[in-house]
Write a protein that binds this ligand. Structure first.
Ligand code: FDA
Length: 302
């Protein structure tokens, strides 16, 4: 399991395959978890979710951006997606990775791109979530968020429960809108819990702290043990349902997504789309090796 995870994480970082995959279209079973390569096909999926009482957080996929030109191109795509959300009147906001809009190029350049995106989103009253990437980008991501929060309130980020520092980050972001997750990258023991037990225990601990803070919370997990524990905690502590929501990824546990929405919980599905689907898909295979069967089946049936 550890080896499989490492293997797919390594594949997700392979730049040659990432670049090649942009030309292939959705392959290897990726269409089960990626909502198309263009705005129109993605919007079709968002409307279906909305019809089931589920909102969307849309990720215009993009990785390995090391030039200003690529980062500006990604920013334009994000601005076009924001406009499409506004024009089509869907219930949706956006999730953005800072490396996509130039964090690996230049900090200030990335901040300016982000400011332009958050400003445009604020005009449409759309929230922007900054996805959290690997630990090497964390401090700069937090710095950019704190900078933006001085001017805007439609921006927030993600807290990864596998990191020791996350409890402190929660303390510093009490009023911001935050998504809590376990954490998707491979981090070293100096900075992060390594065992599933420790990560799960810290996830629940942080959720309980967070649900008593003022900011809106998205609890993003497919883990029914965590979801059941959250339901129990909010019931026992009379946490109003308007203060939090559950989130899952597009194509994962779709029955449970609908069930939670039908039970009256606010629910948002993370909807990735775009040509740059490969790295995202490999990380999902790393998390859940059962999906590999799906990928293999689709490879042999082609
Ligand atoms: P985990 O994978 O630990 O599964 C626990 C148990 O749940 C499994 O053993 C199984 O019993 C059950 N289960 C899980 N998936 C199932 C399935 N598909 N079908 C049936 N049973 C299943 N990470 C990050 O670092 N930065 C980020 O910005 C984000 N953003 C983000 C947004 C959203 C909406 C989600 C859902 C997740 C993220 N993540 C993330 C990823 C996150 O950190 C984490 O890696 C994955 O969600 C996997 O962990 P889970 O909590 O889902 O359960």
């Amino acid at each position: 399991m550890g080896l499989t995870r490492d293997f797919f994480i390594a594949l997700s970082k392979n730049q040659l395959l990432n670049t090649g995959a942009k030309k292939w279209g959705l392959k290897l079973g990726a269409s089960k978890v990626v909502a198309g390569t263009d705005i129109d096909s993605m919007m079709k999926s968002v409307k279906e979710l909305n019809a089931n009482g589920i909102g969307a957080t849309i990720d215009n996929l993009g990785e390995f951006v090391y030039s200003k030109e690529e980062a500006l191109h990604a920013k334009e795509n994000i601005l076009a997606t924001l406009e499409a959300i506004q024009q089509r009147g869907v219930t949706a906001h956006m999730s953005i990775k800072l490396t996509q809009i130039g964090l690996d190029v230049d900090y200030k350049f990335c901040l300016e791109n982000m400011r332009e995106i958050v400003e445009a989103a604020a005009r449409y009253a759309i929230f922007i979530n900054i996805d959290m990437e690997d630990y090497s980008h964390l401090q700069q991501t937090m710095d950019i968020l704190h900078e933006l929060l001085k001017e805007y309130d439609n921006v927030g980020t993600v807290i990864q429960s596998y990191l020791y520092r996350s409890e402190k980050d929660l303390e510093n972001l009490q009023n911001a809108r935050l998504r809590l997750v376990k954490g998707a990258y491979k981090e070293i023991a100096e900075v992060s819990y390594q065992s599933k037990q420790d990560i799960d225990a810290n996830f629940l601990k942080l959720i309980k702290i967070r649900l008593q803070q003022p900011g809106f919370t998205s609890i993003a997990t497919h883990d029914h043990h965590i979801i059941d524990a959250v339901k129990k905690f909010v019931r026992e502590n009379q946490i109003p349902r308007g203060r939090f929501e559950f989130q899952m990824l597009y194509g994962f546990r779709t029955d449970m997504q609908k069930e939670l929405a039908d039970e009256g919980f606010a629910f948002t599905t993370y909807v990735p789309f775009g040509q740059d689907w490969y790295g995202y898909y490999m990380r999902r295979l790393a998390e859940r090796p059962q999906n590999i069967n799906l990928a293999l089946k689709s490879m042999v049936s082609k």
